[in-house]
Design a protein around this ligand. Structure first.
Ligand code: GLN
Length: 486
């Protein structure tokens, strides 16, 4: 599978038809799906009809769009009008939304071809894709390992080369961690940069949509398409969207890259991980960047803060699934309350229930000030840390993850071990600033990503640095060995 921009150029020049590209992607998916299980639903008809209209546009000499003919997989929490949207949950297993998410509409308007809806942790709660109510997805680099989560299906299908582009969402790390695990680029934009309209909510003050792709250029093009003001999302911000592709750097002369002194070293204590990241920083320096040290003194409180705010918001957002308006309904019992209870008991999986209990507790009167309000104050301190850090650097570089992809089942009985997976990604989510993961090499033959972080609405900076790093190191070009071997 070639990259999205190569497909777009070939389709625009009419050297390839979007229909043929879509058919190839669907065939690749069919071939690997029994092994990877990256999709909850495939949408061949939607894909082929969109591909036909892209071909008609380019035949008529019209601009077919920045993503003309590019096959894209969509995480199953973006509403797709008329097509099943489950959010990885039994409670929405037959839900067909009456409208499409703004992200999906913008992608299709730019000529992208939606091929299917990808697997995910239920309601995006998890770091391994094992919390899907349906089945776990597997890592293309080692089918015995997880692809990361919660956007695991999106990362797996891009990492396997079935499609060049997929959409994910990131609340505390759900784009960056699976991107790292599957050797792909994953971008979490600034909070408010991309519309959340039509995204099924987990924690509304943190959720943000973004692309997963094979290379930085494709991520830049996809972000340009999905970013921008949307009156349908009250938290969407009206800041002009640059042509990100014009900001991709070839070398880093004059760029100041901040290295963080305050992360707990024992979190990524594995010597392979430590030396991989040291090499990554040296590569950045060799490209001409100046390395500076920055402090993030409150980053170590990230997990504790996140696990108050995110569950609190989820307990409120998920109150709507009660069997009354849409989704699963389990009747029985004497009154409406027993219908609510049965529906929620049967419809939600154990992790979702755990979060609802945690969040409801944190919001109880009497505990509200001690937990929720305090967590919000720490969040403000964390944002101030980043503001200060960016006074002395342009971009921050740090680990995306603490370990390479782990084996299926290795952490599923230990929620805290699973929560720790987001140690390096949560502070940026709480601060609302953009961050991304770019392939950085291999530990024990398994992929690991480098995290790059910019100030709010400065996605162009981190994409620029990522592009120079990607070109110089070539880590993203390596293919999953097991899949190409067979
Ligand atoms: N792993 C984190 C959680 O379970 C983050 C998930 C996400 O970003 N959606 O909440």
């Amino acid at each position: 599978m070639i990259s999205g921009h190569e497909i777009r150029d070939a389709v625009a020049r009419r050297e390839r038809s979007a229909v043929e590209v879509a058919q190839q992607a669907l065939q690749a998916i069919d071939r690997l799906e029994p092994r990877l299980r990256a999709y909850i639903s495939l949408l061949p008809e939607r894909a082929l009809s969109q591909a036909r209209s892209v071909d008609a546009r380019s035949r008529a000499g019209q601009d077919a769009g920045l993503l003309a003919g590019v096959p894209v997989a969509i995480k199953d929490l973006f509403c797709t009008k008329g097509d099943r949207t489950t959010c990885g949950s039994k409670i929405l297993q037959d839900f067909r939304p009456p409208y499409s998410a703004t992200v999906v509409e913008r992608l299709e308007a730019a000529g992208a071809v939606v091929v299917g809806k990808t697997n995910m942790d239920e309601f995006a709660m998890g770091s391994s894709c094992e919390n899907s109510a349906f089945f776990p997805t597997r890592n293309p680099w080692d089918e015995g390992r997880v692809p990361g989560g919660s956007s695991g299906g999106s990362a797996s299908t891009v990492g396997a080369g079935c499609v060049p582009l997929a959409m994910g969402t990131d609340t505390g790390g759900s784009i960056r961690e699976p991107a790292s695990f599957c050797n792909v680029v994953g971008v979490k934009p600034t909070y408010g940069r991309v519309s959340r309209y039509g995204m099924i909510a987990f924690a509304s003050s943190l959720d943000q949509a973004g692309p997963l792709s094979r290379d930085v250029r494709d991520a830049a093009d996809a972000l340009e398409v999905i970013a921008g003001f949307d009156p349908m999302d009250s938290t969407s911000v009206d800041v002009p969207v640059p042509r990100y592709a014009d900001h991709l750097l070839e070398d880093l002369t004059g760029v100041r890259v901040g290295l963080v002194d305050d992360f707990d070293e024992t979190i990524a204590a594995d010597s392979g991980m430590t030396s991989l990241y040291q090499t990554a920083y040296r590569n950045i320096e060799a490209l001409g960047a100046t390395l500076v040290h920055v402090r993030l003194p409150h980053a170590k409180y990230g997990l504790a803060t996140y696990y108050l705010i995110a569950p609190a918001e989820c307990s409120s957002n998920l109150a709507r699934y009660d069997g009354t308006r849409y989704g699963l309904r389990v009747d029985g019992g004497d009154d409406v309350y027993s219908m609510f209870e049965r529906t929620r008991a049967e419809g939600f999986g154990p992790e979702v229930k755990r979060r609802i209990v945690l969040g409801t507790y944190a919001l109880c009167s009497g505990y509200y000030d001690a937990y929720y309000v305090r967590a919000q104050k720490v969040r403000t301190l964390m944002k101030a840390d980043f503001d200060l850090a960016f006074a002395s650097c342009d971009v921050i570089a740090c680990p995306a993850v603490s370990c390479p992809p782990f084996e299926l089942g290795a952490k599923s009985q230990d929620p805290v071990a699973m929560y720790l997976m987001d140690y390096f990604t949560i502070p940026m989510s709480l601060a609302g600033i953009p961050a991304m993961s770019v392939p950085a090499g291999y530990v024990n033959g398994l992929p690991v990503g480098l995290q790059l972080v910019s100030p709010a609405f400065e996605e162009a900076r981190m994409l620029g640095v990522a592009h120079a790093y990607e070109k110089a190191t070539g880590h993203a070009r390596r293919r999953a060995p097991q899949l190409s071997a067979r």
